[in-house]
Ligand binder design. Structure first.
Ligand SMILES: Cc1cc2nc3c(=O)[nH]c(=O)nc-3n(C[C@H](O)[C@H](O)[C@H](O)COP(=O)(O)OP(=O)(O)OC[C@H]3O[C@@H](n4cnc5c(N)ncnc54)[C@H](O)[C@@H]3O)c2cc1C
Length: 449
């Protein structure tokens, strides 16, 4: 059997490795548009900050490891068209166009940065950040032009990581965000704390501002817009989110679903026979909403790829669903979330109650205790946990604490059940009641549940 995979990142590689693990006789070929298989693009901001000096160390696995697992990798090869009826993939590489036959096909084409038609967005010095090549181009520009000022457009998690990265690299950074606060994935009270952290590190944050034009002047880029926005910078990073890379699927007649993600079953089957898809190119089953959503994350891409690979060689595994669990570091603060925010819960038809709780991350008598903020959202009628958000110090184990909420949410817990979890404690790390449990107790008391 010949399993053909388009894409050599989280979803594609996970699929190929799982297929070979379960069915070692399967011939697995990956068609990869660039020359970088299995790199952690999540690590790009840390390469650009200088914290990870060598981009090669971003590789999840070496080429030799991938090949010894039985994956045949076709680099610098672009998939141009699928003919589902003939089970053919039309590809193009340096030597021209050709056809590859498949028995099963998996699409792991990922996402592409949203690039609105702002005049000047393609000027030299204005960069998206999604691929290894994007990061090399940006790095080269900062070095060769000896940039000292940067503009980041977009206050989502990639924009924030890039503001942190470029500031860490010594540039003066301005961040522009259209919304009233940064990090719209969490509620405004936490977003404001993230803004304060940016400002504490001398990042100029302009919210409620819209870039409408870039122009090149004397080797700089000037961004103008509303209200009275004018920022001059040596380098600009545009981080306005991503959209699924769905054209290959769409042109082959595969159905699209939530926000243009390729429509898939929970077995990662597309609407065409013998074609699976996984990762940022697909819509994603949401475990709390019980409906498809579009939440492109590396964690999800790895899981879905593995499931697509397993099912392509005869398995019948289902994706359990995303909770949208995510975490981001901004200088010395970490923000994380899982499940639904209050407004999302209302929109989904729940009757949510949200409480916000402030506590120490460990016993305050032990040095270096930091305050952390926890927002818990639960359903007033059923008492079920619906989501949680957190903000704390970089050493407050925010990511792992949100994972406790994520695990409870995965198993459909009620908020009050968190109190009974047997969590670890020693004064340097926690309290007899962990912040997760204290915030759950606070929710139960405030919701009078
Ligand atoms: C800067 C940054 C930071 C991030 N940080 C995090 C994080 O901290 N945590 C997290 O969970 N997620 C993070 N993400 C998101 C995460 O990286 C993605 O969700 C993940 O990479 C998706 O994997 P994928 O395999 O679906 O797609 P991609 O990684 O986008 O890979 C797509 C692959 O398909 C190939 N391809 C596309 N079209 C074709 C074609 N026509 N022919 C051949 N090949 C093709 C590409 O070359 C590539 O190999 C981050 C993303 C970025 C950009």
């Amino acid at each position: 059997m010949h399993l053909l995979i388009v894409g050599g990142s989280d979803a594609g590689i996970s699929a190929g490795l799982r297929a070979r693990e379960l069915a070692p006789d399967t011939q697995v070929t990956l068609v990869i548009a660039d020359a970088f298989a299995n790199y952690s693009i999540c690590g790009l901001p840390f390469f650009l900050s200088g914290e990870v000096p060598d981009w090669r160390s971003l590789a999840h696995r070496s080429l030799a490891e991938l090949e010894s697992a039985g994956l045949r990798l076709l680099f610098n090869t672009t998939a141009e068209r699928i003919e589902p009826a003939r089970r053919l993939l039309h590809v193009r590489d340096q030597s021209g166009a050709r056809e590859l036959a498949y028995d099963r096909l998996i699409l792991g084409t990922g996402a592409a940065p949203i690039c609105p038609p702002i005049p000047g967005i393609n000027l030299p010095g204005v960069f998206p950040l999604h691929t290894m090549q994007d990061s090399f181009a940006l790095d080269e520009h900062v070095k060769t032009k000896q940039c000292s000022t940067a503009l980041v457009v977009g206050g989502g998690y990639i924009g924030l990581e890039m503001a942190d990265a470029l500031r860490t690299r010594g540039l003066d950074v301005t961040l522009v965000e259209l919304a009233p606060t940064v990090l719209q994935t969490v509620d405004a009270s936490l977003g404001e704390l993230v803004r304060a952290e940016l400002e504490r590190h001398c990042v100029r944050v302009l919210t409620g501002a819209k870039v409408e034009r870039f122009r090149a002047t004397d080797g700089h880029i000037v961004a103008t817009g509303t209200p009275n926005l004018e920022v001059c910078a040596d380098v600009v990073v545009v981080a306005l989110g991503v959209a699924p890379a769905n054209s290959l699927a769409r042109d082959a007649g595969l159905e699209l679903g939530a926000r243009g993600g390729i429509k898939v079953s929970r077995r990662m089957e597309t609407t065409a026979a013998d074609i699976y898809a996984a990762g940022d190119c697909v819509e994603t089953w949401h475990r709390v909403l019980r409906a498809p959503a579009y939440i492109p994350l590396g964690t999800t891409a790895h899981k879905q790829g593995r499931i697509a690979g397993e099912n392509a060689v005869g398995g019948a595994r289902e994706f359990a669903g995303t909770l949208g669990t995510q975490v981001v570091k901004v200088f010395d603060r970490v923000s994380a979330r899982t499940g639904l925010r209050h407004d999302e819960a209302v929109a989904a038809g729940f009757t949510p109650f949200t409480s916000e709780f402030t506590c120490w991350d460990h016993k305050v008598y032990y040095p270096k205790a930091h305050e952390m903020r926890v927002r818990v959202t639960g359903d007033r009628e059923t008492g079920l946990l619906l989501g949680a958000q957190m903000l704390g110090h970089v050493h407050s184990e925010v990511g792992k604490r949100i994972d406790v909420f994520a695990s409870a949410l995965f198993h459909g817990s009620r908020v009050e059940e968190l109190e009974q979890l047997d969590l670890s404690y020693t004064p340097p790390f926690s309290s007899p009641w962990d912040p997760v449990q204290m915030s759950a107790q606070s929710w139960v008391a405030a919701a009078k549940f």
